[in-house]
Design a binder for this molecule. Structure first.
Ligand code: ADP
Ligand code: ZN
Ligand code: ZN
Length: 815
């Protein structure tokens, strides 16, 4: 009798599927299989045997795709846990765990073996047709198009039979790397750093000047096509600049992966200081236990946490022969961080960054799976690196919001790291200068062990942080303030001393909204309930959520008045002000708009490192991980951005941002100073950042979250219903709450789960969908999880139509 297996498929359905294995043994769990599904074929994963009952109409597994399971045992368990905890179908989780190439049915190929010569007597007519079709092709043929062109239904019985006769090979194709493409880029050849020089060269050629300044703010280089499009320039503008010798046009290879050609470097001979040494010893000691406890490495900015990670990894990998994972926020995959790991471990590390092609990602995955690489360094999804004998997992900047995935499965990689480490007896180290309150609370409850690095590794104090009260400055200067007089003075001073400054404003664009002076209307996105941001260089207004854009309006869309005011400032506006105030300064801007090229932010940071930039300005991108000793001034242009978001984490995010950006200075013998412009100098997040006092912040914030209770005091699940139809979204939310109330009444300890809402979501409309939400709150995770799972599997809105229901456990925000 045939064997039956249960298969998880990457579909939004909370169930497994049963298939029959007609020949051979049952593939072990974690093995990929190709199965028929409706009228197509899909890649799924065997999750276990099914009860061997006679079920009519069962369909067969078409092919077993792995010789050895592509999902190792521990990852399969982890995926199962994630599916339950984050309320996501198992197949969707497994797809997220593996490189995308491995769940793509279009990658299945067939190759004829040499022995499949002419006149094979034992072939059936169908087999012969298949062999002939393959013979007429050179090299591997993809199954899908072959099946379509032969039009003889499923080929799999024939494929299996020919495979059995040794005539055919079936493989999963590695995705091809994109061909090396070159692109034309415009590069600054002669920097016009001096205003006089700029006037002399560009004179009254306004467009050339704008073009030059756009290039300057993009790090001195930009793709030609992009430059023309973004700035709306004609080719003749660039040509003019080229003729003046200011810029040149060059062809660049598109995939110049700066990590690939890293020169192996001597590791710096740093002797750990006593605090680092104590932390290293504590961690190494923990490796000896059967169940290492998670550790929180709480070290101020610049305290040398990296050296602690490196020494731990050396013990784990070199001396104990185990493997390790290092998670960093995506933007911290800067050459600085990666170079340090490279210097110590050379070829033993695989760097998984977002710019890898599908093929490169697949290669890195296979090298980790085969044991050719022993350390995986990467952003969120690197937590799924297929490593065996895992000894340690490091999560750097564990508080970072990017560890939470915003689509299904909506996992929090930091928490998954703790789970994965625990399940294989590995040590998990979470590092931060500003730990998340969740981790802080876990220390208080004795679940995590705290290690502390209270001093800067290079000696010297943390820089003094002073507030500049914008309310007062506005009165003094009689109007709006971008750069206060004291900030201007300090920047000028740095320019004179040839030191560097960092200016932060966590908002892109030129002005953040356009408002009618007559009727007060604010121009909104037609698809989202958010205002459109004015991007002056592009001459567009755009939506930062759905990317909708349109031309800059000249009249109010509601009353037709021509009196529009452009309000609220973004990085583009600050850059203008900086360029006007310090005409000879070399400025670089780093935000989403200037880093669209694959390696743009590496280029910008490289220039900062080489001392080619005097003022680096940008959004939160510049707040993390940078270690430049010549940065002696940090200015926060407006600390209040984000403080008033209707979200329970807004104070925490503000404190983290201020503390992190402050930490970018005072890293060398030159010292440093921080100026924070704010209209709320008395706010406790600002106050605590000024005092470098994490504990004071955490204490106060934990109080703030007591009534009404928010994490870490309670666990949350945010449920969002959305629909293009406003009333369908609202009805679905109301029905969902009703469903939950009934279910709760039935199931014992689920009574403790509290329902808050429903109400329209703070961002009421997004990507053309109206959104409602409510959230569930509970003291313990168990009953909350059980309720979420039965809800996700059992609830369907009565109204039908296009309604989506999302359950987001441990949400990053409630927006
Ligand atoms: P963190 O990640 O804690 O902010 P880093 O790991 O970036 O800090 O270290 C900050 C700086 O201190 C780096 O330039 C690093 O080379 C230096 N450093 C770290 N440990 C030592 C040490 N023991 N002796 C001297 N310099 C050190
Ligand atoms: Zn109006
Ligand atoms: Zn929009």
């Amino acid at each position: 009798m045939a064997h039956l297996v249960e298969v998880a498929l990457p579909l939004p359905l909370f169930r497994r599927f049963t298939y029959e294995v007609r020949d051979g043994a049952i593939p072990p769990p974690g093995t990929r299989v190709l199965v028929p599904f409706h009228r197509s074929e899909r890649v799924g994963w065997v999750v276990g045997p099914a009860p061997n009952e006679e079920v009519p109409g069962l369909r067969p597994v078409l092919s077993v795709l792995d010789e050895r399971p592509s999902v190792p045992h521990d990852l399969l368990d982890l995926a199962r846990w994630m599916a339950g905890y984050y309320v996501a179908p198992e197949g969707i989780v497994l797809r997220a765990v593996l490189p995308s190439a491995l769940s793509d049915p279009a990658r299945e190929t067939l190759t004829l073996e040499a022995e499949a010569g002419d006149g094979h007597a034992s072939l059936t007519p169908r087999e012969t047709r298949l062999v002939e079709a393959l013979r007429s092709r050179s090299g591997p043929a993809r199954v899908r198009p072959l099946r379509r062109s032969l039009d003889m239904g499923s080929l799999w019985p024939e494929i299996r039979s020919l495979q059995g006769k040794g005539l055919l090979r079936h493989e999963t194709l590695r995705p091809e790397d994109p061909p090396v493409k070159t692109r034309r880029v415009v590069r600054v050849r002669r920097w016009l750093t001096d205003l006089g020089e700029r006037d002399a060269s560009l004179g009254r050629a306004h467009r050339q000047r704008e073009c030059y300044e756009l290039l300057e703010s993009s790090g001195g280089e930009r793709e030609l096509a992009e430059l023309l499009e973004v700035g709306g320039f004609s080719r003749s503008v660039v040509k003019g600049l080229e003729e003046k010798g200011v810029v040149e046009l060059v062809d660049r290879e598109e995939y110049r992966d700066p990590f690939r050609d890293l020169e192996p470097e001597e590791p710096p001979r740093l002797r750990p200081n006593p605090h680092q040494e104590a932390a290293i010893q504590a961690l190494i000691g923990e490796l000896d236990g059967a169940k290492p406890r998670p550790h929180l490495l709480h070290g101020i900015t610049g305290s040398g946490k990296t050296l602690v990670y490196l020494e731990l990894l050396r013990e784990v990998v070199e001396r104990r022969g185990r493997t390790a994972i290092v998670l960093v926020p995506e933007i911290s995959l800067t050459p600085q961080t990666v170079r340090r790991f490279h210097a110590w471990f050379g070829d033993r590390i695989a760097v998984l960054h977002s710019a890898l092609s599908q093929g490169e990602r697949y290669d890195a995955w296979r090298q980790l799976r085969n044991g050719e690489k022993e350390i995986a360094v990467g952003a969120r999804s690197a937590i799924f690196a297929p490593l065996e004998r895992l000894g340690a997992i490091v999560v750097d900047e564990e508080h970072d919001g990017s560890y939470k995935q915003s689509e299904a499965p909506r996992y929090q990689a930091r928490d998954v790291a703790v789970m994965r480490a625990a399940s294989v007896g590995a040590l998990c180290v979470l590092g931060s200068a500003t730990p998340s309150l969740e981790s802080w609370e876990n220390v208080r409850r004795g679940k995590f062990v705290r290690l502390s690095l209270p001093n800067r590794a290079t000696g010297g104090p943390l820089p003094p942080v002073e507030a500049v009260d914008l309310r007062r400055v506005r009165k003094e200067v009689g109007g709006e303030v971008i750069l206060s007089p004291v900030l201007v003075r300090e920047v000028r001073d740095r320019l004179e001393r040839r030191e560097q400054s960092i200016l932060l404003l966590n908002r892109r664009g030129f002005s953040s909204f356009v408002q009618c002076r007559d009727c007060g209307e604010v121009v909104e996105c037609p698809h989202c309930s958010v205002s459109l941001t004015h991007h002056k260089l592009r001459r567009r207004i755009l939506c930062h959520h759905c990317r909708y854009e349109e031309g800059v309006p000249s009249r109010c869309p509601r009353c037709g008045s021509g009196e529009l005011s452009f309000r609220g400032m973004g990085t583009e506006r600050v850059e203008n002000a900086v360029a006007e105030t310090f005409p000879s300064a070399r400025i670089a801007r780093m935000d989403v708009d200037t880093t669209s090229g694959k390696w743009a932010h590496h280029e910008i940071l490289g220039r900062v490192e080489r001392g080619e930039v005097d003022i680096l300005m940008g959004t939160q991108m510049i707040a993390k991980g940078l270690d430049f000793p010549k940065v002696t001034l940090v200015g926060v242009v407006d600390a209040d951005v984000g403080l008033h978001l209707p979200d329970f984490r807004s104070s925490e995010r503000t404190f983290q941002l201020l503390a992190q950006v402050s930490g970018r200075t005072g890293r060398g013998p030159l010292g440093g100073r921080v100026l924070v412009q704010t209209s709320l100098p008395e706010h406790y997040a600002v106050q605590a950042a000024m005092g470098h006092d994490y504990e004071a912040f955490a204490g106060r914030e934990l109080d703030e979250r007591t009534v009404p209770p928010y994490p870490p005091h309670v666990r949350l699940a945010n449920v969002i219903t959305s629909s293009p139809d406003q009333s369908l979204a609202a009805d679905a939310a109301r029905e969902a709450v009703e469903w939950i109330r009934k279910a709760r009444a039935r199931g014992g300890d689920q009574e403790e789960v509290e329902v808050v809402g429903p109400a329209p979501a703070p961002i009421e409309r997004l990507h053309r969908r109206w959104r409602w939400h409510f959230f569930l709150r509970a003291r313990t995770p168990g009953p909350l999880g059980a309720l979420c799972r039965s809800f996700a599997a059992g609830f369907t809105p009565r109204g039908g139509g296009d309604v989506r229901v999302i359950v987001d456990r441990d949400p990053g925000a409630l927006l």
